[in-house]
Structure formats: structure tokens, C-alpha cells
Write a protein that binds this ligand. Structure first.
Ligand code: SF4
Ligand code: SF4
Length: 500
């Protein structure tokens, strides 16, 4: 069937500037460019990954939106018609990569932080120490000490804690959905920064074992790569129940991405589809979840916190309360802007709730029930800068996880074609030619720079608020105000409107 889909983008090559080096043709992994007496573009294949434009030595390439691909219609938007045409040609579900890109209301963008003036002095982070260190794990409500000849000694047995030098971790991204070089970059950066990366559901490649002190190992419904050795090669174990980008459904890594290394790491045959079921087939109640939490604690000698990751959905506060009572030490909340390597577009764009509301609802509920200290909260799903981090922590999170921002730092251009396995930047691919394009050391350096920059900004924000530790910001909603947020949402967020 001939495609009726118009090209979304146009590749414009400035013929005056082009010196026919063919670098763009070699860099294009989507089959858009070829060389026939000059660069020729098949615009229909262009996904706007910008690899060609970035590496053209003459700046001769511009990628443009095709201006009249679809006649304007307010109701039948370009995207609706494009999707209908695609499905009319292919049948089946439409897939996409990365997070929800629809124009839902952003609460982060409608909240502002307080600042000290006159009577409540601010603190200058260049002259005063500022503490960003954060410990993830269950905390006792009170500490007991006993007298010894050498002074007071802590009597309370502390549950296992994991230290972060700054309240940021890298979000779970599996080896398989992203390349080994991308995984290595995340691990190297996590070690350098004193934070954590997360294996995602694809197991842990042996080359990452040296980074075990900075790794969260995930146990998902497919149980890929999970055994005792795997569990003990991380500092925290995470049970993945749900994911913000695709709440309520399972995962699918196509067989083409399951090469020898992915197969060994996931413990599945080469070339087979890796299907994670939607539910864990041994979890149908909070009691079942409690059993798995304790099985994992047993397997790891009660030395590692166990985290439970859920997608932010309508009844998230009650679910989180159940998870805390089931014995989890950390709850990971993933909002509807969270990224993915592959998800049905319709699920990604229409299920789940914003992370801001979920953090506030969960923190509130756990406080009301007197169990807030039992768990740490990691919040994720669309964190874009240090301002979002400060706001998430003021709403009640202990730390945040970043996935998309980390990929962008490594080179991702948000073309949303991760599910094709053709990522031109060597990130969401297993093609050895493409994987080679991502130098793990360079990518790690870029990640370190990003997190260092954000950490410096967080210190500035704390100073402006007049506090010297991130711990003092956690759950301090009185330091937030809404701008243009309706009364119901303000109530859920637990904040006042600006001006009050
Ligand atoms: S990379 Fe730039 S200069 Fe080289 S062939 Fe392509 S357009 Fe021409
Ligand atoms: S990871 Fe690669 S394929 Fe996915 S959005 Fe980024 S550039 Fe595109």
C-alpha cells in the first residue's frame, strides 16, 4: 500500500555551503539521506533527530517543520490525522518513545518558591556550608541512646540507609532499551557524583559490577536477570509495579534488540521478545507485596532498603500507604510525564496523573497516618531543572529521579523514536555501529556537569529560602505559592495562592 502520510519535516541542504563530505549521509540512521551527485533527502523518513545537522562541518543543514503537511483544523489536529492515517495503513497500536508531550496543565510551572527579605535573613551559599546530602530508607520515629563509659551510644537499630550526595538519582532505564554505553555512562556518573543509577528491568551487565555501590537493582514482573547475585550487586532493591509512561500495562522489548549481551544479562534466548506481564503474577494484594518485600530482604540479609515503584494514578495516596505498611523502605512515584523506551501512544498520553499532585497527596496521607518516617519518597516524571527539584521536595519528596533530562544531557534530541532501535545518538539502540557513537566517558562527564550545575542551583535556592539543609525544605509547603492554580488543586497541593 502506498503511504499517504505527508512528511512531517523537511531537510534543507544549503548547496552553496555543502562541500559534499557525505558526513550527514553516514550519520543518518533513519534512511533519510543518500548521496547522488549531492545530498538527497527522503523527507518522509526524517524524525528530526538532528544528528546530520549537528555533525555537518559547514552548518549546511536545517531541519524544518513541513509547513502545509495538513490543512489547519482546530478539532482535527495534525497529530490526530497523522495517527489515523498511520493506523489506516498499518493496523495495530501506535507506539512512541519518551514521555507524555501533551499540553496538560503544569503545576510546577504555576508554583513559585518563597525568598527571605529583611527580617528573615537569607544565607549566602558561597560563604556558608549547605547540606544537600540525603539518606534514603526507613527512619525510626525517635532515637534512643544509652549511657556508656565513653559517653552516649545510639541504642536504636537503624534500618539500612543509602546515602546520596545530592537529592537526585537516575531513573530506571534497562539495558536493552538503552545501550550498554549509555548504562556505563550513568553508572560512571553516579559513582563520581555519589548518587545512584537504576538498572531498570533488564538485569545488570557484568561490566557494571564495579559500580555496585551506586546501583539500584530492579525486580520487575518479567524478573529478567534476577537472582541472588544480581540482588546483592546493588545498594537498594526496587520492585517495579508500574511506570508513569505506561501505568497498568507491561513492557515489550522486541527480539531485534535482544542481542548476545542483552540475552545473557536478561537470561533469555537471543532474538526472543522480552515481554513483561502487566501485573506481577505473584502479587494480587498488599499481603502478596509484603511477602515479596520480605523475600528480597531475606535474600539480601536485611542490609538493603527495598523500594517499590508505582505509577502515579488516581488513588495513589491509599496505594502508597499500603506499600509503606507492607514493609517498603522507599516509595518511587512516577508521574504521567515519565519517559519510556516504548509505550502505546494512547496509554502514554491519557493515563496517570501529574507528579506534583501525587507527591502532595502521598506525603499528606502518610503524615496523617503517622507513618511518613517509615518510607522515603523518590518523585519522578518530567523533572526538567533544579527549580522542579526544589518544588518537588517542598511538596514532600525526599529526592527526585531524572530519566529524560539525563538522556538529553547525553545527546538525546527527543525525537521519540526510541522504540525503533535506530537511535542516531547511540542511546536507545543495540546496533553496534550506532552504540559506538556514544562515548561513555564523554557522556558521563556531561551527566556529572548537569548534576553539579543543578546542585549548585539548589544551594542557591536553599540560601534564598534561608535554610542550610535540603532536609529543612522537605514537605515545607508553606514556602510554596500557586499562581493561577484553581482552589481544588491548591487544596490537594496544600499550598496557598500567591498574594496570601
Ligand atoms: S555533512 Fe554537510 S557538508 Fe557534508 S555532505 Fe552533508 S550537508 Fe554537505
Ligand atoms: S533516545 Fe535516541 S531515539 Fe530516543 S528520543 Fe532520544 S534521540 Fe530519539
Amino acid at each position: 500500500m502506498n503511504s499517504q502520510l505527508p512528511a512531517e519535516f523537511r531537510v534543507v541542504v544549503d548547496k552553496e555551503r555543502c562541500r559534499r563530505c557525505k558526513r550527514c549521509v553516514l550519520n543518518c540512521s533513519f534512511g533519510t539521506l543518500r548521496f547522488e551527485n549531492g545530498v538527497v533527502a527522503d523527507d518522509r523518513n526524517c524524525v528530526a533527530c538532528h544528528r546530520c545537522a549537528t555533525y555537518c562541518p559547514e552548518n549546511a543543514i536545517t531541519i524544518e517543520r513541513n509547513p502545509l503537511a495538513y490543512k489547519y483544523n482546530e478539532h482535527w489536529t495534525e497529530e490526530h490525522r497523522k495517527n489515523i492515517l498511520k493506523q489506516a495503513e498499518q493496523g495495530g497500536m501506535l507506539l512512541t518513545g519518551m514521555g507524555n508531550d501533551k499540553p496538560y496543565f503544569s503545576y510546577f510551572d504555576h508554583m513559585v518558591l518563597d525568598a527571605c527579605q529583611v527580617t528573615n535573613p537569607s544565607i549566602d551559599p558561597l560563604r556558608e556550608p549547605m547540606e544537600l546530602r540525603t539518606y534514603l530508607g526507613s527512619k525510626p520515629d525517635a532515637l534512643e541512646f544509652e549511657e556508656t563509659p565513653n559517653g552516649l551510644r545510639l541504642k536504636t537499630k537503624m534500618p539500612p540507609q543509602v546515602k546520596l550526595e545530592t537529592p537526585i538519582v537516575f531513573a530506571p532505564m534497562s539495558f536493552g532499551s538503552i545501550s550498554l554505553n549509555a548504562h556505563k555512562a550513568l553508572a560512571m556518573a553516579a559513582k563520581e557524583l555519589g548518587i545512584l543509577m537504576n538498572t531498570g528491568e533488564g538485569g545488570l551487565h557484568k561490566e557494571l559490577y564495579p559500580y555496585r555501590d551506586h546501583i539500584i537493582v530492579q525486580v520487575a514482573s518479567g524478573r529478567f536477570g534476577v537472582n541472588r547475585e544480581y540482588l546483592n550487586n546493588g545498594v537498594m532493591v526496587e520492585i517495579k509495579i508500574g511506570q508513569g509512561a505506561k501505568p497498568g500495562i507491561g513492557g515489550h522489548l522486541p527480539g531485534e534488540k535482544v542481542n548476545q549481551e542483552v540475552s545473557e544479562t536478561r537470561m533469555i534466548p537471543v532474538g526472543t521478545d522480552a515481554l513483561s506481564p502487566a501485573p506481577h503474577h505473584d502479587i494480587y494484594s498488599i499481603e502478596d507485596l509484603a511477602q515479596l518485600i520480605y523475600a528480597l530482604k531475606e535474600a539480601t540479609g536485611y542490609e538493603k532498603p527495598v523500594c517499590v515503584k508505582i505509577a502515579a494514578v488516581h488513588n495513589v495516596a491509599a496505594i502508597a500507604s499500603g506499600i509503606a505498611r507492607a514493609g517498603a523502605d522507599v516509595i518511587y512515584l512516577d508521574g504521567f510525564r515519565g519517559g519510556t523506551g516504548a509505550a502505546p501512544t494512547i496509554i502514554r498520553d491519557h493515563l496517570g496523573i501529574p507528579i506534583e499532585l501525587a507527591i502532595a497527596a502521598v506525603d499528606d496521607r502518610l503524615r496523617q497516618e503517622g507513618i511518613r518516617n517509615r518510607v522515603s519518597i523518590i518523585a519522578a516524571g518530567g523533572i526538567r531543572h533544579s527549580g522542579d527539584i526544589a518544588k518537588a521536595i517542598a511538596l514532600g519528596a525526599d529526592a527526585v529521579a531524572i530519566g529524560t533530562a539525563a538522556l538529553i544531557a547525553m545527546g538525546c534530541r527527543l525525537c521519540q523514536k526510541c522504540y525503533t532501535g535506530k537511535c542516531a545518538w547511540g542511546i536507545a539502540t543495540q546496533n553496534p555501529e550506532l552504540v559506538r557513537r556514544l562515548d561513555p566517558e564523554v557522556a558521563a562527564e556531561r551527566l556529572v556537569n548537569l548534576i553539579r550545575g543543578w546542585s549548585l542551583e539548589l544551594k542557591e535556592i536553599l540560601g534564598a529560602l534561608g535554610v542550610n539543609a535540603i532536609e529543612s525544605l522537605r514537605g515545607s509547603r508553606e514556602r510554596l505559592r500557586g499562581v493561577g492554580i484553581d482552589a481544588q488543586a491548591l487544596k490537594i497541593l496544600g499550598i496557598k495562592h500567591a498574594g496570601l
